[in-house]
Design a protein. Structure first.
Length: 554
RNA sequence: GCCCCCGUAGCUCAGUUGGAUAGAGCGCCGGCCUCCGGAGCCGGAGACCGUGGGUUCGAGUCCCACCGGGGGUACCA
């Protein structure tokens, strides 16, 4: 079974320190837990450890000395061909070419299991993402949350967690009221009535479309309603139609949710139970005619309203009930919420609420992704569901394709601000990194197909014939997949995947130029075909983790 | 005002609990098609890492101040 190379080297280093300490050459101080990294420069080896530099002061020896001692105590390993001590005290490791080649067989043997890890130990994790209100179409911002959330879910699953993806439907609360009131106004306006839209109305074009659709299906059925600002049934219809559109948009990008959770379903039972716990724990107070969560008792700056003076619960109160349901009713070990930066202010009080419910707040991980600045030919476009211009996710996906959109959203670290220039995305679509990566996969498929056409069977190819540097470079990159999965699962930063895919593709394209795969030398051809097959497997896995397709031809 | 995020090549972005000469894509300049897919490959130009201090063997990375951009600070979600 292939292993995580970096972890294995770390293990060797720790073992060497242990041995040196037993031999009395290094004082028994605790070594730092993790020191192995991939150096930037190739002449510094494939992996490097700075353990000697970090240990030097504690043990009172020059770093270079410490490095030499550790190097001389390293257990031998078939994986490593050389270890160098470099100033000021690095240990540089080089992977053995024959070991690298042998791993190609291991990758092929593992097949789709390659890159799957057991670090999750079957823990139940929920990833909740997008969860945009069903009051308007999904925007590009939702696309970023979608790409990150779906990718993390896939990676966590590969890392050995039991993962569920969820969309939270905000079908209760004041925004849905405003939505319904706006919809009703539009509907009446279609019949020629002279009415105004409510304050804070949703003024997007789609509200007219929705109203028109309803007019055609229900005729004048809702006219003349007077028991409230809008007919409840009209709200139902509107939300359900909006939700259908959202689901269609999501389908366009290939996301599959395991569950759709309705805010309304929290009422009344779940909501009551969650509030009861807060009350029992003494975190609820009444003042100024409203009911408050006393988050100041948990170190927050201020308290937050749970139930408004008009008797209606706030979004925050709903969200507490929702998280109560996640942890207590459904029993997730860990919950990951992916929110846009416009929800940032909600994070501390949500954490406080979770701990007030008696849950270790560490079990709730909230990933905030910064907002997407939309541009058109360099000019900024403001995005607001309530204001006029909205660039929808659908619009973007239809223009650049789901794969490209995902790759693009994933390539930026969640906490960075991101520019999305529609013109640029369109213009670059022919010379895009997305195509570069997918082309590599198609090329691999093409070679394997070509070999099949020639009747070349590589099942028993001998990988030990592979010695070229370009071949080794491909092998080295292949073996990093588990490392990448581990990293993303641990840090929850999916953007390293696109970069890895790019490096993988580059290594392969370079290999392709330098090493003819199918040649007169049948034995060498078979060996190289195995390398190509392994590379194809790994690149496909990588694309799959990003939620992208791995085309056999383009 | 206070809190959070960002500022790295012309543009968009990487840079792994502080590591060795700061990287990639696009764009630009110059090369490579007898041969498995040229949506490719090779080479080149292009960065005083926003500014100024500090911490130490070592700072793009940590601390402080400032400048610029974004977000939050609701009985909105």
């Amino acid at each position: 079974m292939p292993l995580v190379v970096r972890d294995e080297i770390e293990r060797l280093v720790q073992e060497a320190v242990h041995r040196a300490q037993e031999g009395g050459l290094i004082p028994p101080v605790a070594p730092p837990p993790s020191t192995v990294e991939r150096p930037q420069r190739p002449d510094h080896g494939d992996y490097a450890s700075n353990i000697a530099l970090r240990l030097a002061r504690a043990v009172g020896l020059p770093p270079h000395e410490v490095a030499k001692i550790i190097a001389s105590h390293l257990p031998s390993s078939p994986m490593i061909s050389s270890v160098e001590v470099a100033s000021p005290g690095f240990l540089n490791f080089r992977l053995s070419p024959s070991w690298l080649a042998s791993q190609i067989d291991e990758v092929l043997k593992a097949g789709e299991r390659f890159g799957q890890l057991g670090i999750g130990q079957g823990q139940k994790v929920q990833v909740e993402f997008v969860s945009a209100n069903p009051t308007g179409p999904l925007t590009v911002g939702a696309g970023r949350g979608l790409a990150i959330g779906d990718c993390l879910a896939r990676v966590l699953q590969a890392a050995g967690y039991e993962v569920e993806k969820e969309y939270y439907i905000n079908d209760a609360g004041t925004q849905t009221d405003t939505f319904a009131a706006t919809l009703y106004a539009r509907y009446r306006q279609l019949f020629g009535e002279n009415v105004d839209v409510p304050p804070g109305a949703y003024t997007g074009e789609y509200m007219w479309d929705l109203a028109e659709e309803i007019r055609q299906e229900w005729k004048d059925r809702f006219l003349g309603f007077s028991e409230g600002p809008y007919p409840p049934q009209l709200q139902e219809i509107g939300i359900s139609k909006m939700l259908q559109r959202i689901k269609a948009d999501l389908a366009l990008t290939g996301v599959h949710y395991d569950s759709w959770f309705s805010e309304r379903s929290l009422y009344p039972d779940t909501f009551e139970r969650a509030m009861a716990i807060l009350k029992e724990e003494g975190y609820v107070a009444q003042k100024e005619g409203a009911i408050w969560f006393v988050s100041s008792a948990l170190g927050e700056d201020k308290d937050n309203v749970l139930i408004r003076s008009n008797g209606r619960p706030t979004y925050f109160a709903s969200d507490i009930a929702y998280h109560y349901h996640k942890f207590f009713v459904r029993g997730y070990d860990k919950v990951i919420d992916i929110w846009g930066a416009d929800h940032k202010g909600h994070v501390p009080r949500m954490k406080a609420a979770v701990s007030a419910l008696g849950i270790d707040p560490e079990r709730l991980v909230i990933i905030i992704h910064q907002l997407v600045t939309l541009k058109r030919g360099g000019e900024e476009v403001r995005v607001s569901k309530r204001a006029g211009e909205v660039i929808t996710l659908r619009e973007v996906v239809e223009e650049v394709g789901a794969d490209a959109a995902r790759f693009f959203f994933l390539s930026r670290a969640p906490h960075t601000h991101m520019d999305f220039d529609l013109e640029l995305a369109k213009r670059q679509s022919a010379e895009n990194p997305v195509y570069y990566v997918q082309y590599a996969h198609a090329r691999m498929a093409g070679i394997l197909m070509h070999a099949r056409g020639r009747g070349l069977d590589y099942a028993d190819g001998d990988v030990s014939l592979l010695k070229e540097e370009a071949e080794m470079a491909v092998a080295r990159h292949l073996l990093r997949l588990p490392e990448v999965v581990e990293y993303v699962a641990r840090k929850l930063e999916p953007h390293v995947l696109p970069y890895y895919a790019l490096e993988m593709a580059t290594a392969f394209h370079d290999f392709y130029e330098r090493c003819r795969v199918v040649s007169e030398d049948v034995q060498l051809s078979r060996a190289r075909l195995r390398l190509v097959a392994a590379a194809k497997l790994v690149l496909a896995q990588c694309l799959h983790l990003m939620g992208m397709s791995a085309p056999e031809r383009m």
